[in-house]
Design a protein around this ligand. Structure first.
Ligand code: BGC
Length: 383
């Protein structure tokens, strides 16, 4: 893994990468490396897609201007050995052709909106439908398939990227021009923080998230069923067969959805529970006990016993979609050169609840002119 990474960087340097330094230095204090830009590929319409490499506090990350995609996330194990813990591809063509949102920034609306339709202030909006009868992750061409404007920064001991995308009024059926900004920051402890911001010029709905598929043993190392997960949630939102919440906030106690104490992801995944049939495994929104918070508060901890790698997630959001990679079916070859099969990665998507625009009892996802949408999620890595 380490050898591969060196080879890639050496290759990129030969291809004429420039170090971009704001503030006159190529290195942030505390071991951070100023983001470095290289050409990753070109879209069919000729648009160049860049890849930014950044590192700080032992975390190394590669981010694409296409979809804000985390193409690689390397962290050390308990013996200091690095592995890429996020599923992805090596080429832009594969991301465009067939990515199940690997590593992407998801918008305007993370997860599903039933029938791809909602009513706001008396007007009904029909969205782009791309998942049976429903709209998933922003519709056919969501934020994961847009080219973002990326600006690097170094600030004190932090390094990071500011990603901006303006979604036109009516894009994918959503009302309002949505000016979106996502800031990825790596601090000197190696934590990855995402700050999302958005404003609109018409009443609309907004629910942004990140869709990294994690495998803390390393991408291409097999399934995540041995990973131990805890989620600070006493309730979850059960779904119908189309994975749209029924509106109930059901207790997790006594069900396979009880992750209040850490347990292996695979322990209860074969329990004959109707909800596991619908999701082909775990694919549900957990209602975080802390609710929406002004500051990021702890939501979940993931640990891989074999490598010792851990990830703690803190968020301002009230919900967490935990998806156990159920729809990976062996038809995609990942960046490590192996086929991805069911359960080879898992997603922990901090968000508001699915289908909130049609569920008056769920926390609101409405954004109005004059308001600023602001949410933050912090991923802290250890071993
Ligand atoms: C959803 C899954 C969906 C996947 C797409 C997840 O956020 O919960 O149902 O299949 O994204 O890759």
């Amino acid at each position: 893994m380490e050898l591969n990474r060196r080879t890639v960087i050496a290759g990129a340097a030969a291809a004429g990468i420039t170090a971009v330094a704001t503030g006159g230095t190529a290195h942030a204090k505390g071991g951070g490396r100023a983001p470095v830009k290289s050409l990753f590929g070109t879209l069919a319409d000729g648009t160049e897609v860049h890849r930014w490499s950044l590192a700080n506090g032992g975390t190394r990350m590669k981010v694409l201007s296409y979809g804000g995609i985390v193409q690689s996330l390397e962290i050390p194990d308990r013996r200091g050995r690095y592995a890429n813990v996020s599923l992805g591809f090596d080429t832009i063509e594969e991301y465009v052709a067939s990515s199940p949102y690997f590593g992407a920034l998801v918008g305007r609306y993370g997860n599903r909106i039933g029938q791809g339709r909602f009513t706001l202030d008396g007007t009904t909006y029909q969205l782009s439908v791309n998942d049976g009868d429903n709209s998933l992750h922003g519709g056919e061409k969501g934020f994961d398939k847009r080219v973002w404007d990326v600006e690097p920064f170094t600030r004190g001991t932090d390094v990071g990227l500011v990603l901006r995308y303006t979604s036109a009024d009516g894009e994918m059926g959503y009302p309002g021009t949505l000016r979106t900004k996502a800031t990825y920051t790596l601090n000197r402890h190696g934590d990855w923080r995402i700050d999302y911001e958005a404003t609109t010029d018409k009443p609309t709905v907004c629910n942004l998230t990140s869709h990294v598929y994690y495998n803390l043993a390393g991408e291409a190392s097999g399934t995540i069923y041995d990973h131990e997960l805890s989620i600070d949630a006493s309730r979850y939102t059960p779904v119908d067969s189309g994975l749209i919440p029924t509106g109930e906030l059901a207790r997790v106690a006594g069900t396979p959805f009880d992750f209040r104490r850490a347990k292996p992801v695979g322990r209860d995944i074969r329990v004959a529970h109707e909800q596991l049939l619908y999701g082909k495994g775990l694919d549900h929104n957990w209602v975080l006990d802390k609710g929406s918070t002004r500051r990021p508060a702890h939501a979940a901890t993931l640990r891989d016993p074999s490598s010792g790698r851990t990830m703690r997630i803190a968020t301002t959001e009230p919900g967490l979609q935990f998806y156990s990679g159920n729809f990976l079916d062996g038809s995609l070859v990942g960046s490590g050169g192996t086929v991805y099969r069911q359960g080879d990665g898992l997603c922990l998507e901090t968000q508001h609840f699915p289908d909130s625009p049609n569920q008056p009892a769920f926390p609101s996802t409405v954004l109005r002119p004059g308001q600023t949408y602001r949410t933050t999620t912090v991923h802290s890595f250890g071993a």
